[in-house]
Design a protein around this ligand. Structure first.
Ligand SMILES: Nc1ncnc2c1ncn2[C@@H]1O[C@H](COP(=O)(O)OP(=O)(O)OP(=O)(O)O)[C@@H](O)[C@H]1O
Length: 254
């Protein structure tokens, strides 16, 4: 399954919670440059898998490789430094802080990692990140809102800012946790267009419940059920797979 284009791979990945196996023997191979969706009913283990991939949880068994490096038991910050960025489902913004300042701080953190801990936060320093921050904001369509307090943004734009913070880390692999959760149709469409744009030159793994979104964006879909991989393949193939229809898409298809 794994070949030279595989950027992220898990082998027999398992995670138990007090004897309950939430992720069970998962073999995942994510090809560089693709959008790979993780889907499955509630409790299938998607969030736990994300937490394992980003080092927020240690696995009970099995291994994870990213870009040729064994990241199985690395702490989250080491994994992030290798180029794995995660955009959170839970909002992580400071209400009073300006939109641009959020991105400047993310850029500063990134450059501190690259150049060593020589910096502290100062007016002069932050000006250095002003133009690059505006570039990132332009990428997610928020350039016009740069000076607004983050707390004043509508929900869809808050999510776009969270995405901008992940992009500021210059990730090779972007993990998106339910990018359209809680959005109305208009925001969903905007977010799909945004992800379609920012995926260029990047690899994306996303947990997503909205199958229209998955069908539009994903090259590959992995369906999880009770912690195990039920099936992996192109969306068209997966959605017609009788096991998937029965386990997950049944209600939608009917
Ligand atoms: N910290 C924990 N302690 C105990 N059980 C947990 C913990 N985290 C997850 N679980 C259990 O593991 C299983 C998988 O949960 P997980 O959140 O990964 O599923 P999910 O596919 O992300 O679901 P959803 O779509 O509802 O977010 C569930 O049965 C859940 O109750």
């Amino acid at each position: 399954m794994e070949d030279a284009r595989t950027i992220l791979a898990t082998h027999n990945l398992c995670r138990d919670f007090h004897g309950f196996r939430a992720v069970n023997a998962v073999d995942l191979a994510v090809e560089e440059g693709t959008v790979h969706a993780l889907v499955g009913p509630n409790g299938a283990g998607k969030t736990t898998l994300f937490n394992l991939l980003t080092g927020f949880l240690p696995p009970t068994a099995g291994g994870i490789r990213f870009a040729g490096t064994d990241i199985t038991r690395l702490p989250p910050e080491r994994i992030a430094r290798l180029g794995v960025a995660r955009s959170f489902q839970v909002t992580s913004l400071f209400a009073q802080m300006a939109v641009r300042e959020h991105v400047e701080l993310a850029l500063q953190a990134r450059s501190r990692e690259k150049e060593g801990r020589r910096f502290w936060r100062s007016e002069r320093l932050m000006r250095r990140f002003e133009a690059p921050a505006m570039d990132v904001l332009a990428e997610v369509g928020l350039a016009g809102l740069a000076t607004r307090p983050a707390g004043s943004l509508p929900y869809g734009q808050k999510r776009a800012l969270e995405l901008a913070l992940a992009l500021a880390l210059e990730p090779r692999l972007l993990l998106l946790d339910e990018p359209t959760a809680g959005m109305g149709l208009e925001d969903v469409d905007r977010t799909v267009a945004l992800i379609a744009r920012i995926r260029s030159g990047r690899t994306v793994v996303m947990v997503e419940h909205n199958m229209t979104v998955v069908g539009t964006l994903a090259d590959t879909v992995t369906v999880l059920q009770r912690g195990e991989v039920l099936v992996t393949g192109p969306y068209r193939q997966v959605r017609q797979d009788p096991r998937v229809v029965e386990a997950y898409l049944g209600a939608d298809v009917a």
